[in-house]
Design a protein around this ligand. Structure first.
Ligand code: ADP
Ligand code: MG
Length: 297
């Protein structure tokens, strides 16, 4: 039979919108040593908006043409960055009927989107993805670096083998992020950030949240590997995430904590759901676990 303390502990959590799946979870959650936080939608609000846009000097496209192209590519994507870019293109007065058709569209997880526009290959995505295919990014590099140092995500547009433009997107930290991280640290946990975004952006966001350790440029299919690596160091690890991409890492973690405002896939993969998505609830769950287990013994 389940000890009374666990029934009570689980009930107290549920009242606060902290849904703890089973007795084993409430026992484990108090013993965690590392909390890995996904960046987008977990540490940040997950509503990116476009803040800047620039085209390559001497390129063949003007602003409007470049935006039409990036809009055509992104309207086919379900990524949160894509929705923000399409909204920006619309705000520019470009109607969806003006967006070019994209043939052979493909979304590459952790990289971006690509396809052929009027027979020419085009793509929108990370700088690393462009560079991996030999596209020179030096012309826009200083600009992009400056944006990234301000924690903005930069999406690169390429036409053929030329970098044609860059779009900067800002996604602000949740208001409680910094305080919630501090409380976790005071409870003795090591906190780290995990993101598919690049090093510069990861570092800027982590620093803003008061976190020193981060793993950047982690492809969606590699997030679970990051969790496993820490477990192999003997650590008991919580993964906190909201996205479809986070599901394998949530399942791999000793305790997977899903943000209730995120995707159903993440919620299904987690052991705990934080209904409100408030990051303070991570520390509350840990303290609830510790208090509960003291009453069991
Ligand atoms: P995160 O871990 O921050 O949620 P993802 O793994 O989903 O990020 O994506 C990693 C990076 O890949 C993004 O920061 C972005 O630069 C790029 N990317 C992914 N999808 C798209 C897209 N549809 N358009 C442009 N860039 C994209
Ligand atoms: Mg996310």
């Amino acid at each position: 039979a389940t000890p009374m303390a666990i029934v009570v502990g689980t009930g107290i959590g549920a009242e606060r919108g902290i849904l703890i799946r089973d007795a084993e979870t409430i026992e484990l959650v108090g013993k965690l040593q590392v909390a890995i936080l996904d960046k987008t939608g977990t540490l940040t609000q997950g509503n990116p908006t476009v803040t800047d846009f620039a085209i390559a000097p001497g390129g063949t496209l003007n602003d409007r043409e470049a935006l039409r192209l990036v809009g055509g590519l992104e309207r086919q994507s379900e990524h949160p960055l894509a929705a923000a870019i399409v909204a920006y293109v619309t705000d520019w007065g470009i109607a969806s009927a003006e967006l070019p058709a994209v043939a052979e569209f493909e979304a590459v997880p952790g990289c971006g989107v690509k396809g052929n526009v009027a027979g020419v290959p085009a793509r929108a995505g990370t700088r690393a993805w462009l560079e991996a295919d030999g596209i020179d990014t030096s012309e826009l590099s200083d600009r992009a670096n400056a944006w990234e140092a301000r924690a903005q995500t930069v999406v690169w547009l390429a036409i053929g083998d030329r970098a044609a433009g860059i779009v900067a997107l800002a996604d602000v930290l949740k208001p409680e992020a910094r305080a919630a991280v501090r409380v976790l640290q005071l409870l003795g946990l090591e906190v780290m950030v995990l993101t598919g975004d690049n090093e510069r952006v990861a570092e800027a966001i982590a620093r803003e949240a008061g976190i020193w350790r981060f793993a950047a440029g982690v492809r969606p299919d590699r997030k679970a590997e990051e969790v496993k690596a820490l477990q192999q160091e003997g650590k008991r690890v919580a993964m906190v995430g909201d996205g479809i991409n986070d599901a394998p890492a949530l399942a791999q973690a000793n305790v997977g904590i899903a943000i209730g405002t995120g995707t159903d896939v993440a919620i299904a993969a987690g052991n705990i759901t934080l209904m409100s998505g408030n990051l303070h609830d991570i520390a509350i769950a840990i303290q609830l676990g510790r208090a509960t287990m003291r009453n069991v013994r």
